[in-house]
Ligand binder design. Structure first.
Ligand SMILES: O=C(O)CCC(=O)C(=O)O
Length: 310
């Protein structure tokens, strides 16, 4: 079973009904799917790959010399050499990351990085907003409902951030994950993953499934806030990145999330009476999430229900 690959160009033609059905199944059954023919020019995607690769080259030495997971793995391997049984590193990830937001400083090298990534972020934001429209239609919500909720009725801009990650070759992928299993905290996530090096897996029915690299596809998934707004219909899906011995996996994740001060609430009726998700301020959720990201999400929702009753 492979996660769905959907031709997004068919949404606006005579295959709209089938495409909407495929998107509905992607959201509902997997929480993850891949879009091809998104309308984002291949030429731009090629430039994005190049500037991100060039940027990593400038960071590579720093990763090797001072990344905490690299240090911890070296220690574990040394201990193994002394006869101790190797223990998996449970609190670190084998990744090099940095984030891009409009209001924060950006890498100035390579010189084409900023301009290229600004253009890319604009395209991805448009795609995110189009997908929110699809989701609203599928959930029977008023047009613009999700963006309105994410902006607290227009008081703030929704949060929009981009995380540039590399998962460099790891000598012992049995002892450390690229990124430990988690669900995403926010709204909609649009991931431009490596064309060749795999490692992303999603959990469905107790089994991990590979998200197969597809050239210039954008992987879509939904976070905890969409689970709340859809009252459990679109569940946020557990996913993880396996470290790999060979190959340096690049991925660029764009997060379209609520503003910190936005109130998030179920927007559709629960399928079971009394099974509603709580309402809360997104920033309060994030305070809990950052401490418990790699744990089950249900206690996080329960914590919000309790906070709200006080
Ligand atoms: O790097 C990836 O492919 C996924 C990243 C991810 O899951 C995350 O940043 O939450």
């Amino acid at each position: 079973m492979a996660i769905p690959v959907i031709d997004f160009s068919k949404l606006d033609g005579d295959k709209r009904v089938e495409t909407m059905a495929a998107l509905a199944a992607g959201f509902e059954e997997w929480g993850f799917f891949q879009l091809v023919n998104t309308g984002i020019p291949d030429e731009l995607l090629e430039r994005v790959k190049k500037v991100c690769n060039d940027c990593y080259k400038l960071r590579e030495q720093g990763f090797k010399e001072s990344n905490p997971a690299v240090m911890a793995l070296a220690e574990a391997v040394d201990k193994e050499g002394e006869g101790f049984a190797p223990k998996k590193i449970e609190n670190m990830d084998w990744e090099d990351i940095f984030t891009l937001q409009d209001d924060l400083p950006w890498p100035s090298n390579p010189t084409a990085f900023k301009e290229t990534m600004m253009e890319y972020r604009r395209e991805l934001k448009k795609l995110a907003e189009k997908l929110l429209g699809v989701m609203e239609e599928l959930l029977g919500l008023e047009e613009g409902h999700i963006k309105k909720a994410f902006s607290n009725d227009g008081d703030f801009e929704p949060f929009y951030g981009t995380k540039v990650s590399h998962y460099p070759p790891c000598p012992r992928p049995d002892l450390v994950d690229g990124l430990r299993a988690h669900t995403d905290a926010g709204g909609l996530i649009l991931l431009f993953q490596d064309d060749r090096v795999g490692g992303l897996q999603v959990l469905r029915d107790g089994q991990w499934h590979d998200v197969q690299p597809v050239e210039n596809a954008i992987v879509i998934n939904t976070g905890d806030q969409i689970e709340v707004m859809s009252n459990g219909r679109y569940k946020s899906t557990w996913h993880r990145i396996l470290a790999t011995r060979d190959g340096n996996r690049r991925s660029i994740a764009s997060f379209y999330n609520p503003a910190r001060l936005a109130t998030i609430a179920p927007a559709t009726p629960a399928s079971t009476a009394g099974a509603d998700y709580p309402s809360f301020v997104f920033g309060d959720y994030m305070q809990v999430y950052v401490k418990h990201k790699f744990q089950a999400k249900e206690p996080r929702f329960a914590a919000m229900a309790t906070t709200n009753k006080q």
